[in-house]
Design a protein around this ligand. Structure first.
Ligand code: FAD
Length: 431
């Protein structure tokens, strides 16, 4: 590995240009420079959405600044499970049945197929190790009713271009002998897997910086002033280090995006939710695929160092920033019980670490991405299931902002009714 150590940050910057060859992190000196006073685009938020958007815009020649209030990637993008959720999942279902949701789910699947293709190529595109593991993914069913949902969703996935298959009986036991024998079945998707959430956003930020973006930390945005009759600049973005005039702004503030939008007089269809994760002690290799459950909150994978990473959208208590969200022990116990029910060999494996993060869930489970008709020039980029879909949605938004790709579907509009909710939509989310 050909790497340069940054004297200031102690981080490594890979120069080998081979996929998986090294870790790419921005240098502290790059992040602490002066904030420009005039630019075309200001992106508020240095999570995966903001950093990926900065990369896709900067590499198309757009002048921009990313303003992050603290360190990059410390909130949802750096605290998540890193799973690729390409199969239709529990939190996408409304309870009315996969058939009833068919049109929406078909659109979701087509998007997820594109996200899978993007993740497959991302290490090469960013010339960085992102810890991408395409392990395949199993989504299990415990009951005949849940198995029927898998069968129905598999048809929708096939029609949407996602290759999945349903396994039952001896076929499932041979394929995944570590699963509880009495499970009704599982659907398998070969393209699922995971990447390292600690690497993805920083790699985008480093490449965005290289392409000319001013990525700045410790620059909390206090207010976005709409300017009248101010020439090209429509906004003055007031932050703790001063003020930057911008033609366009992008709200990529994740779980705080709705607060920021309120300052400009509109509501986003978002709510902030705390989610928690568990990591166990390491064990010999037991399983390779990502495991999810169609009816209960579970995501489970064994990392390359042997630990099991267990989540699935169990609630944590969101605390006012800068406090970290607090873990609920009932969630730890519930999450562990589901994991053990699905993979009995976990019965004597101890949880050694838990943590929680806050994500922004949209009330209708769709991305909130696009320009507000109420405040022209004000864009939003907030994506639930945002590790899986964040890079793709950022590239689509960059395409819209530069006029190089089709406009985003109106269903993603930040102006859609904030109270809109899919009947019976499940709470909790991807992890
Ligand atoms: C525990 C957990 C597990 C998850 N697991 C998965 C998973 O396995 N797969 C998946 O696809 N998704 C998962 N998600 C969801 C995913 O992490 C998020 O959807 C995604 O990271 C959102 O990225 P973001 O950039 O929009 O938000 P964030 O990463 O939260 O970034 C927003 C940034 O904005 C900054 N900010 C806020 N206000 C201001 C301000 N006024 N000025 C300047 N900066 C500001 C914040 O400091 C933060 O850095 C999980 C989420 C959690 C919490």
């Amino acid at each position: 590995m050909d790497e340069r150590a940054s004297a200031e940050s102690g981080t490594c910057v890979d120069a080998a240009r081979e996929p998986g060859a090294g870790v790419l992190l921005p240098r502290r000196s790059d992040l602490s420079g002066e904030v420009p006073t005039d630019t075309d685009v200001v992106i508020v938020g240095g999570g995966l959405a903001g950093c990926a958007l900065a990369y896709f815009l900067a590499t198309q020649g757009v002048e921009l600044a990313v303003l992050e209030r603290a360190e990059l990637n410390r909130e949802a993008s750096g605290t998540n499970a890193g799973s690729f959720h390409f199969q239709i999942a529990i939190h996408q279902l409304t309870g009315a049945g996969a058939d009833a949701d068919r049109d929406r789910l078909l659109a979701d699947v087509r998007l997820l197929v594109r996200a899978a293709a993007m993740w497959r190529d991302l290490e090469r595109e960013l010339r960085a190790d992102l810890g991408v593991h395409v392990t395949g993914g199993l989504m299990v069913a415990e009951t005949p009713e849940q198995l029927q949902i898998l069968v129905t969703k598999q048809r929708i996935e096939r029609d949407g271009g996602l290759d999945t298959e349903v396994l039952t009986g001896a076929e499932l036991r041979n394929f995944a002998p570590y699963l509880a024998e009495d499970l009704a079945g599982a659907s398998y998707c070969a393209t699922e897997g995971y990447a390292n959430p600690l690497l993805a956003a920083p790699a985008f930020a480093a490449r965005a910086f290289e392409a000319g973006a001013a990525v700045r930390t410790y620059a909390p945005v206090e207010r976005i002033e709409q300017l009248e009759d101010a020439g090209a600049a429509r906004f003055a973005v007031h932050h703790a280090r001063g003020k930057v005039r911008a033609h366009r702004v992008v709200n990529a503030a994740g779980a705080w995006a709705h607060e920021l939008a309120r300052g400009n007089g509109f509501e986003l269809p978002l709510r902030a939710e705390g989610l928690h994760m568990n990591v166990t002690e390491p064990r010999d290799r037991l399983l390779v695929p990502l495991i999810q459950h169609i009816g209960r909150r579970l995501t489970l994978k064994q990392s390359s160092n042997g630990t099991f990473i267990v989540g699935g959208g169990w609630p944590a208590r969101a605390e006012p920033w800068p406090a970290r969200p607090s873990v609920r022990w009932s969630s730890v116990a519930g999450n562990a019980a589901v994991a053990r029910r699905v993979v009995p060999a976990l019965a004597d494996v101890r949880v050694i670490h838990t943590w929680a993060g806050v994500w922004a869930a949209s009330k209708d489970l769709l991305p909130v991405v696009g320009e507000s008709a109420r405040v022209p020039g004000y864009f939003t980029c907030v994506v639930p299931t945002g590790f899986t879909l964040g890079p793709l949605m950022a590239s689509l938004l960059a395409g819209q902002m530069t006029g190089t790709s089709a406009t985003l579907p109106s269903e993603y509009s930040p102006d859609r009714a904030p109270t809109l909710a899919r009947g019976g939509a499940r709470q909790g989310g991807p992890s």
